[in-house]
Design a protein around this ligand. Structure first.
Ligand code: 9L3
Ligand code: MG
Length: 128
């Protein structure tokens, strides 16, 4: 069985990164993540990320380069991060309980999901 790919976006504006706070499932509730979600069978990962950002944030995005390494999550998923830029719209929390733009110091202090925490060095590099 191959792992299902979950795509996530590092959206940076100025010196800040956009994070969403998960409301579910219970074991992840209250923790922060890069927005994104599961690639559908046959779907291109970049297309999937654009779709997820539209669904979760209500924005149109352009997906750029990958950042960091793939991160296995449990036995089911592998998580993959990309740079993304918003080309239209302003992010609204449609799937998260809260959104937040964090600078490097705030990123270091926030309660990120364990999987996303693997990218901390890569994310910090984006924030200068
Ligand atoms: N996940 C972890 N970090 C992220 C994202 C977008 C997702 N930045 C994990 C949480 C779930 C799984 O991947 O276990 C599927 O994500 P979603 O479809 O619930 O967003
Ligand atoms: Mg999601």
């Amino acid at each position: 069985m191959s792992r299902r790919v979950v795509v996530a976006a590092a959206i940076v504006a100025g010196n800040r990164l956009l994070l969403g706070r998960r409301g579910d499932p219970a074991e992840m509730a209250g923790r922060w993540e890069l927005p994104g979600g599961k690639v559908r069978p046959g779907e291109d990962p970049s297309t999937a990320l654009c779709r997820e950002l539209d669904e979760e944030l209500g924005v149109q995005a352009r997906v750029g380069d990958r950042i960091g390494d793939d991160v296995p999550v449990g036995t089911e998923y592998v998580l993959r991060a990309y740079r993304a830029d918003i080309v239209a719209g302003t992010p609204v929390a449609r799937a998260h309980t809260e959104l937040r733009w964090v600078d490097a110091a705030e990123l270091a202090a926030v309660d990120l999901l364990d999987a996303d925490r693997v990218w901390l060095t890569d994310l910090r590099a984006l924030l200068g």
